[in-house]
Structures are given as C-alpha cells and as structure tokens.
Design a protein around this ligand. Structure first.
Ligand SMILES: Nc1ncnc2c1ncn2[C@@H]1O[C@H](COP(=O)(O)OP(=O)(O)O)[C@@H](O)[C@H]1O
Ligand SMILES: [Mg+2]
Length: 250
C-alpha cells in the first residue's frame, strides 16, 4: 500500500496532558509539538526518558487520545480517516507484544487477519525470510533469542506493508551486537523505500543511523534539522554536546 506524499507524518500544535490522580496535578507530556517527517527519511526522535517520545508514538498509533492539534499520516488525518491513516503506518512498540506460545508464522497470520488481508495476499513467508526468521517459522516464540524476538516485532509491524515504520526505542537495553544487527535491518527497510521514525535516547544511535534528527525535551521540540545541517551549524561540536545544551536550556 505505497503512497507518496511530501511528508509521511505531519504533526501540528499537538498537545497532550496526563492527569496525575495521586496529587491531582496535570502532567503536560506534549506542548505544541510540530513535526514534519519527509517521506523516505530515517528520522530520529531523540530525548531523555520522560521527554514525550512514546506519547507521540502512541498518538500516531491511536493508543493515546490527544488534547489538541492535528496529525496526518501520509496526508490522512487520524481523526477524519482513522482506518486509512492506520494502514499507512506500522508500529514497533518498545515492549514485546506477542504471546510466547504462538509461533512466528501464527503471529503474522493472526496479524494479517486483524488487518483483513486475504490468505492469497499474505506475505508471511516473505516477511519471515526478510527478517531472517524463516527457519524459526514454526518454533514457539518463547524459544527465540532476544534478537529474533526483536526482529519478529518488526516483522509483525510489516504485515500490512505500511510505507511508514515507527520503532519506539528498538535498541533500549540490548547489547552492542544486537544493536548493530538491528541497525542493519532498519537501514535495509529505508533502502527498500520505507520512511522510518525511530525514537531513542542513545545519541550515537541517532548520529549513526538517522539523516534527520529532532530533539524533544520536557514535551517540547527544541531542535529539528538534517544531521548534515546540525553538523555544519555546530561545526566540530559533538551531537552529545548539542543535545546536552538544548535539553538543559528547558
Ligand atoms: N499513561 C500515563 N499516565 C500519566 N502520565 C504519563 C502516562 N504516559 C506518559 N506519562 C508521562 O508523560 C511524560 C512523557 O512520557 P513518555 O512519552 O513515555 O516519555 P519517553 O517515551 O520520552 O520516555 C512523562 O512525564 C510520563 O511520566
Ligand atoms: Mg518511551
């Protein structure tokens, strides 16, 4: 379901406030967030824990209701065209989201069923092959290694062949080898024409992988530029120094 628009994701003046029942206070998680993700980019949303990254992802996924603002996914407004907009996007959440007693093949088949994809149009075998999981097609997922489980999460998000893939902290808490392996898969997805939005709190990940970087701090976007222009503008400064500077100034 390929659809080319200038921006894969266009967020305008997005606000989200949570309510803390314990102390009766509001938690402003997103404040007037503007974000434009060009089609075909590998976009890094960088921020410390609690900055608001997952809240943005959850709004995109339809798991979290916004207070105000507009969100378009490949030009489909999430309020006006919920079904079309969700077909455009695949979400890989941070936590494992499948039953350990199912096999990878079953998980992908169930997911395809949820999206109403007819048996003859399903690409279960192809996706398992692409994610190097084909020889584990019929194993219990609980027997898969950490890397295989992460790849299965990506496979699951690809079932409906969305042009946009969102990965929420795909490498948080994973070892160096697995991190590099996941980077390779993410780069491949982009080379195959997907737009990729990735959240991370690892500066080196955004620096190595992404061509556009956006920094969020306390619910506000504090910087959004191409990596090249950040590097040019701040000359020899390391991204880490820029990150510390813009997140501290809040
Ligand atoms: N369901 C929720 N209820 C209350 N507060 C929440 C909820 N989800 C997130 N928050 C708060 O919103 C802020 C942003 O959180 P989050 O988007 O998860 O940050 P990140 O993903 O960047 O670590 C934090 O202050 C967090 O505590
Ligand atoms: Mg998060």
């Amino acid at each position: 379901m390929e659809k080319k628009t200038k921006y894969a994701v266009e967020i305008k003046k997005l606000n989200k406030t949570f309510f803390n029942k314990k102390n009766g206070k509001d938690i402003p998680a997103l404040i007037n967030v503007d974000l434009k993700i060009p089609s075909g980019s590998l976009f890094g949303l960088l921020g410390l824990n609690g900055a608001g990254k997952s809240t943005i992802i959850n709004v995109l996924a339809g798991l979290c209701l916004k207070n105000s603002g507009s969100v378009k996914i490949n030009n489909y407004d999430i309020d006006q065209s919920r079904k079309q907009s969700s077909c455009q996007i695949g979400i890989v959440p941070q936590e494992l989201n499948f039953d350990p007693f199912f096999t990878p093949k079953e998980i992908l088949e169930i997911q395809a069923g949820l999206y109403g994809i007819k048996k003859e149009h399903r690409k279960t075998k192809q996706i398992l092959e692409d994610m190097d999981l084909y020889d584990k097609s019929n194993s219990y997922t609980r027997s898969l290694s950490g890397g295989m489980k992460r790849r299965l999460m990506i496979a699951k998000a690809l079932v409906h062949d969305p042009p946009i893939l969102v990965l929420d902290e795909p490498t948080a808490g994973v070892d160096v080898t697995l991190r590099r392996q996941l980077w390779k898969y993410i780069e491949n997805l982009r080379s195959n024409g997907k737009t990729v939005l990735l959240t991370t709190h690892y500066i080196e990940e955004a620096e190595n992988l992404c061509d556009r970087i956006c920094i969020i701090s306390n619910g506000k976007i504090v910087l959004s530029k191409t990596k090249k222009s950040i590097m040019r503008e701040f000359k020899k400064k390391k991204l880490e120094d820029i990150f510390l500077k813009v997140t501290k100034s809040q």
